[in-house]
Design a protein around this ligand. Structure first.
Ligand SMILES: *Cc1c(COP(=O)(O)O)cnc(C)c1O
Length: 776
């Protein structure tokens, strides 16, 4: 394999990575050396690669400081409405390269490092991922921060600085093994502690009711077990104290008015709850307004509802938060009283509107009775918010149907905000070659206005453009192949189709359906080894929750299939199966630009939106997928004929549920499916432990909630169409171009502009805050 261009050489050819004057280079070198000396206290004789990374990070960080302070001053003066995005997860990944890209400093830094004899990509690889999230929900929060800043909103993300991020995944003998992620071990140059703003957060204790109000006393600092609930209350309590501190020093607070006028809070503050995890913001805001600020309940409740908004991320019942009342009573006794009072008044309103409908009261209560009493946090969020949104149109529609009683009573609350991704990280940073080819045709404005990608349609028959797009993909594939060889000692054929499914391992995402295709394709090659099979490298990656046994068995099955397929000389390099170890933001950035085919194959109605699907689309992969989540809107935007859509629609799934899903019918009717299942069940992929996968087979045959077999036949046929098109590279690349051209909607800039106008009541701008003097 010929070695691809070095990053330095590639960058020199690429303008989208920042033209910030080459005159910066000598300043950058000087500041880098200054940090190496004064911050790291090292010279070049003893400095390690990590020291160089820290010196560069500090150099780049300096370019943020002036802007940061100027932004604070500007917002203090203008006192715009503030947006608070509260999330238990911010899946940030790395910061150095992203900051250079957003500041337009990347080329200049690269040149500076080059002149100092250092390879910038090597230094970038020293940075730990900030893995403070699990998957899509946390990554969405991170993309939103990028877009809120880019659109000039006075917005803040509030979350927890966990000492350990999501575990590192090792694959040992085919099994997932979890390792602690000690990401702060060497320090974090991207943070600034503010201990001067430290506030107490209370737990446990009891309530005392006095004539002049309620006191929460005898609280303790945290120890004990209820860690998750503590984390949720911790972030909410600290955040609200900071929100109120800032409100009180603002013009509408006591700065210009004698007493803080809380009736203005909803005009000056919007709080967005990322799922129910920060739902405690609702009773906590009520506690502050009623117990501490002495507002009456009705006034406080009106303020609370007009301030808060809630985003729902799933309708899978096992993911809904329902906290036992007992736990609440112990940890947060005052909040339990408040939740009960919210519920009493809420049920009073329901009863007034629907007299005599007792069952409706039971369905709509915030407190679930029967067995252990639980608080339904989604119900609390719906009642306590003025806006409730799903994350893709199909999901928002399903949400309305799922909580129909609430929708019927307050239809005006329900909205849709289709998710998006930031084109800075997910195109310009991770795929500069593609960004450059696009910029050569339509200019660079698409980076902040992704709808302009539509202008690419006129190049869809342009031979040179088709060639350029295909060439970038081939280069990205070569580079990823080299990465895999270096890190995992696997050799892959860069001329094969890179067929990629990366996401959390979960039954609803149906990695098992992918496995059944792999086995079927393998059996077909074995049966007719001389046919011209389209070569495929199938890569699957993702973490299984440590306590989710079935997900861990799915990983074991994938690695077992790989052991057999990859070592079969009859198959050769026409089919390889690779488990991508430790999938995380940084691996997504390396792998997605190299993908030809994106697998988005969840059971219709289960994937709320997906954002991985959008990253692949923007990076020039074609999608094989079901009509689920944002796939539906991707097909609308790119043209359904430019995606490989297969399988049941939501209606079909519901109809099948009514008829009854019987896996054995498919098993008996489809010989290739039967063969694949018999092989898994009979130990073909686990000869030393023939019954290793018996639970998986039993699940698929007898209690598969996600109906894998029902979509098998159509999926296999659809994969045949994928193979046929891949044999025609020009037609393939034309579809890629239609997909890239249809990506505009999936910018998180569009998503955030809609949240701003339709929920938060603020206006996004591209107006620049007057630039500070960057010189010190
Ligand atoms: C985008 C992203 C996800 C979400 O992927 P889905 O396919 O939408 O589930 C998960 N993990 C990482 C690291 C991501 O970057």
């Amino acid at each position: 394999m010929s070695k691809p261009l070095s990053d330095h050489d590639r960058r020199k050819q690429i303008s989208v990575r920042g033209l910030a004057g080459i005159e910066n280079v000598s300043d950058l070198k000087q500041n880098f050396n200054r940090h190496l000396h004064f911050t790291l206290v090292k010279d070049r004789n003893v400095a390690t690669k990590r020291d160089y990374y820290f010196a560069l990070a500090n150099t780049v960080r300096d370019h943020l400081i002036g802007r940061w302070i100027r932004t604070q001053q500007y917002y203090y003066e203008k006192d715009p409405k503030r947006v608070y995005y509260i999330s238990l997860e911010f899946y940030m990944g790395r910061t150095l390269q992203n900051t250079m890209v957003n500041l337009g400093l990347e080329n200049a830094c690269d040149e500076a490092m080059y002149q100092l004899g250092l390879e910038m990509e090597e230094l970038e690889d020293m940075e730990e991922d900030a893995g403070l999230g699990n998957g899509g929900l946390g990554r969405l929060a991170a993309c939103f921060l990028d877009s809120m800043a880019s659109l000039g909103l006075a917005a803040y993300g509030y979350g927890i600085r966990y000492e350990f991020g999501i575990f590192n995944q090792k694959i040992v003998n085919g099994w997932q093994v979890e390792e602690a992620d000690d990401w702060l071990r060497y320090g974090n140059p991207w943070e600034k502690a503010r201990p001067e703003y430290m506030r107490p957060v209370h737990f446990y204790g009891r309530t005392e009711h006095h004539p002049d109000g309620v006191k929460w006393v005898d609280t303790q600092f945290f120890e004990g077990k209820e860690l998750r609930l503590k984390q949720e209350y911790f972030v909410v309590s600290a955040t609200l104290q900071d929100i109120i501190r800032r409100f009180k020093v603002s013009k509408f607070g006591s700065r210009e008015i004698a007493r803080t006028d809380f009736s203005k809070l909803p005009d000056k503050v919007a709080i967005q709850l990322n799922d129910t995890h920060p739902a405690m913001a609702i009773p906590e805001l009520m506690r502050v307004l009623v117990d501490e600020e002495k507002l009456n309940w009705e006034t406080a409740w009106d303020i609370c509802v007009r301030t808060c908004a809630y985003t729902n991320h799933t309708v899978l019942p096992e993911a809904l938060e329902r906290w036992p009342v007992e736990l609440f009573a112990h940890l947060l006794p005052r909040h339990l009283e408040i939740v009960y009072e919210i519920n009493r008044r809420h049920l009073e309103r329901v009863a007034a509107k629907y007299p005599g409908d007792v069952d409706r009261l039971r369905r709509m209560s915030l407190i679930e009775e029967g067995g252990q009493k639980r608080i339904n946090m989604a119900h609390l969020c719906i009642v306590g918010s003025h806006a409730v949104n799903g994350v893709a149109q199909i999901h928002s529609d399903i949400l309305k149907a799922t909580v129909y009683d609430f929708y019927e009573m307050e239809p005006h609350k329900f909205q849709n905000k289709t998710n998006g991704i930031t084109p800075r990280r997910w195109l310009v940073m991770c795929n500069p070659g593609l960004a450059e080819v696009i910029a050569e045709r339509i200019g660079e404005d698409f980076i902040r206005d992704l709808d302009q990608l539509r202008n690419l349609i006129k190049f869809v028959n342009d031979e040179a453009f088709i060639r350029d797009i295909a060439k970038v993909k081939q280069e990205n594939k070569m580079k990823f192949a080299v990465h895999l060889e270096e890190h995992y000692k696997v050799k892959i054929n860069p001329n094969s189709m890179f067929d990629v499914q990366v996401k959390r391992i979960h039954e609803y995402k149906r990695q098992l359906l992918n496995c059944l295709h792999i086995i079927t394709y393998y059996n077909r090659i074995k049966k007719d080894p001389n046919k011209q099979w389209t070569p495929r490298t199938i890569m699957i990656g993702g973490k299984a929750a440590p306590g989710y046994h079935t997900a861990k068995m799915i990983i074991r099955l994938i690695t077992a299939i790989g052991e057999v397929v990859n070592n079969d000389p009859v198959v050769g390099d026409r089919l390889k199966v690779i488990f991508l170890e430790n999938y995380r933001v940084t691996l997504a950035e390396k792998g997605i630009p190299a993908a030809d085919l994106s697998e988005q194959i969840s059971t219709a109605g289960t994937e709320a939106s997906g954002t991985g699907n959008m990253k692949f689309m923007l990076n020039g992969a074609l999608t094989i997928g079901t009509m689920d989540g944002a796939n539906v809107e991707m097909a609308e935007e790119a043209g359904e004929e430019n995606l490989f859509i297969f399988g049941m629609r939501v209606d079909d799934v519901e109809a099948l549920d009514k008829r009854g899903y019987h896996a054995e019918e498919y098993y008996n009717r489809l010989p290739e499916l039967k063969q694949a299942i018999d092989q898994i069940a009979g130990g073909f992929f686990s000869p030393k432990q023939p019954d290793l996968f018996k639970e998986i087979v039993n699940m698929l045959m007898h209690h598969d909630r996600f109906k894998v077999f029902a979509d098998y036949e159509d999926y296999i046929k659809c994969q045949e169409k994928v193979n046929a098109l891949y044999k025609n590279p020009k037609e393939w690349t034309k579809k890629v171009i239609y997909n890239i051209a249809g990506c505009g909607k999936f910018s998180s800039d569009r998503t955030i502009a809609q949240y701003a106008r339709e929920i938060w009541g603020v206006e996004p701008t591209l107006e620049k805050i007057p630039a500070p003097d960057d010189k010190h």
